[in-house]
Design a binder for this molecule. Structure first.
Ligand SMILES: C[S@@+](CC[C@H](N)C(=O)[O-])C[C@H]1O[C@@H](n2cnc3c(N)ncnc32)[C@H](O)[C@@H]1O
Length: 196
């Protein structure tokens, strides 16, 4: 995806901070650092091929080192969007605060708490990557997503089985898109979540 010079510079600065902090905190698997751009940045940014940003709030659940939440924030600096990163780990939250400060990100805040404990956020958009199977994510979506909201999940090879399992308890509309960065992975776009 082609991005503006400002966005590109912020993405480079973000990568440098991950590399610096990763020696102390396991933000990403060290084996993925040589391919950080494709494995993490491009993997996250492809969300925007499939969702049209509108005014509102975007909530990234289990942000860890900021994937995809920080990338969403960088990409949406000029959009009328606020971004909330929910991350229970104090040290990862400290890292995320550092990124926000050093990159002068204007639209993003951090909630250092468990997703289940955060008061409902009524999000227009929700994202999550490598957090939990769909049957565990959907109760979180129910709690935090506006009824007309859209959830974007970056999922690995088990995404079809996860959809089947989740349908035992939940109704939802799902569209899957092949990942550009991993032939077995998919991006799931989910709306209309309710109990079966
Ligand atoms: C495997 S990491 C993935 C991080 C990031 N999304 C990524 O793709 O690199 C999962 C993250 O979710 C956080 N997490 C797990 N369960 C959580 C919960 N219930 N509430 C808040 N954060 C949670 C963990 O602390 C961890 O940082």
């Amino acid at each position: 995806m082609i991005v503006s010079r400002e966005t590109h510079e912020r993405l480079i600065a973000y990568e440098a901070l991950v590399r610096k902090w990763n020696a102390r905190i396991n933000l990403v698997a060290p084996s993925t650092l040589p391919e950080f751009n494709s494995r993490h940045i491009q993997d996250s940014i492809q969300i925007f091929d499939h969702v049209k940003l509108s005014e509102g709030n975007w909530v990234d659940l289990g942000s860890g080192g900021g994937l995809p939440g920080i990338v969403v924030s960088i990409y949406a600096q000029k959009a009328p969007l606020t971004v909330s990163l929910v991350e229970s780990d104090q040290r990862k939250s400290a890292f995320l605060r550092t990124v926000i400060r050093e990159l002068s990100l204007q639209n993003v805040s951090i909630l250092t708490d468990r997703i289940e404990n955060v008061p409902p956020l009524t999000a227009n958009f929700i994202s999550a990557r490598a957090l939990a199977p769909l049957s565990v994510l959907l109760p979180m979506v129910r709690r935090h997503m506006h009824q007309d909201g859209t959830a974007m999940f970056l999922k690995g090879r088990s995404w079809k089985a996860e959809c089947d399992e989740a349908r035992k308890e939940w109704r939802f509309d799902v569209t899957s898109f092949p990942s550009k960065t991993d032939p077995d992975a998919a991006i799931l776009k989910i709306t209309g979540v309710s109990h079966a």
